[in-house]
Design a binder for this molecule. Structure first.
Ligand code: MN
Length: 281
């Protein structure tokens, strides 16, 4: 086993999106525009309804997948094909936008904590115009693995103990784990060699090795890009810690992106705008 050391640390930047939602943009900002196949990672966490109540009214997507994972609060989504549902705490919505959808994502609450993440995962050029699809799972359908002092929610991929998440996406073969550690606990996991991987700290502090062999401490809103290897090792600090461990197969294709569309070429982007504006979504 070769440990994946930290090669870069990125701090999420405050951003506003939708109709005025305050969030932290971690991937998809100047310091880290993408980490192939990941195009965007937004984290939102607020008890102030002014930060989230405006939500994300109707908007289009084409060419990739959006993965919404809620820790607290509820979000209702509706799309132009008549699909509708509510994401509850601990639940996941994995949406393949494919050739195009128009949807809204609105808080299903007037007050209280809303906390969660949206990750955008690219699709290979040959699959960008696939039919839209959803994979939705509530908290009860996401397996929880208990280790010594560690709790792992397996959203996608397979752990070293053989637990599978409910999501299926062979194109990018993602690993998506939500890991909670008791104070001081060490955690090690395999991560497929050749896949791009990162750790995003939700709460507490976790330490990882950097490329010089030094220990690096990662805290709230920080993302560590992991270097080559086939495993990762972390340790919680003096307090409990929680983080996302996410990895995926890089597509190694050109990326042309503009707002809600991510294609391979500028001409495909123009076609996306044209199709959307002419009502062909
Ligand atoms: Mn959306």
């Amino acid at each position: 086993m070769t440990n994946r050391n930290v090669i870069r640390v990125i701090r999420g930047q405050p951003a506003t999106d939708g109709a005025g939602v305050q969030l932290v943009r971690v991937i998809g900002q100047p310091a880290l525009m993408d980490l192939d196949p990941f195009l965007l990672l937004d984290a939102f966490r607020s008890e102030d309804p002014d930060d989230y109540i405006a939500g994300f009214p109707a908007h289009p997507h084409r060419g990739f997948e959006t993965v919404t994972y809620l820790l607290a609060g509820r979000m209702r989504h509706r799309d132009n094909a008549g699909n509708e549902g509510v994401i509850e705490p601990g639940g996941i919505q994995w949406m393949t936008a494919g050739k195009g959808i128009i949807h809204s994502e609105m808080p299903e609450q007037q007050d209280g904590l809303l906390e969660g993440f949206q990750l955008w995962i690219n699709l290979p050029g040959k699959q960008k115009m696939t039919a839209p699809a959803y994979q939705e799972h509530d908290a009860a359908r996401i397996p929880t693995e208990s280790r010594d002092g560690a709790t792992v929610r397996v959203i996608c991929g397979e752990t070293s103990l053989g637990i599978h998440g409910p999501i299926n996406q062979p194109l990018t073969d993602p690993l998506y784990l939500d890991v909670s550690l008791d104070p001081g606990v060490e955690f090690a996991e395999t991560v497929t060699a050749g896949h791009n991987a990162f750790v995003y700290a939700i709460s507490g502090q976790v330490s990882l090795d950097d490329d010089s062999g030094a220990q690096l401490s990662l805290g709230r809103d920080q993302l560590a890009v992991l270097g080559p290897g086939d495993s990762v090792r972390l340790q919680a600090g003096d307090e409990a810690a929680r983080f996302l461990l996410i990895a995926g197969k890089p597509l190694l294709e050109p990326i042309a992106r503009a707002g809600p569309f991510v294609m391979n070429t500028d001409s495909e982007l123009r076609q996306a705008f044209h199709d959307y504006q002419s009502g062909n979504f």
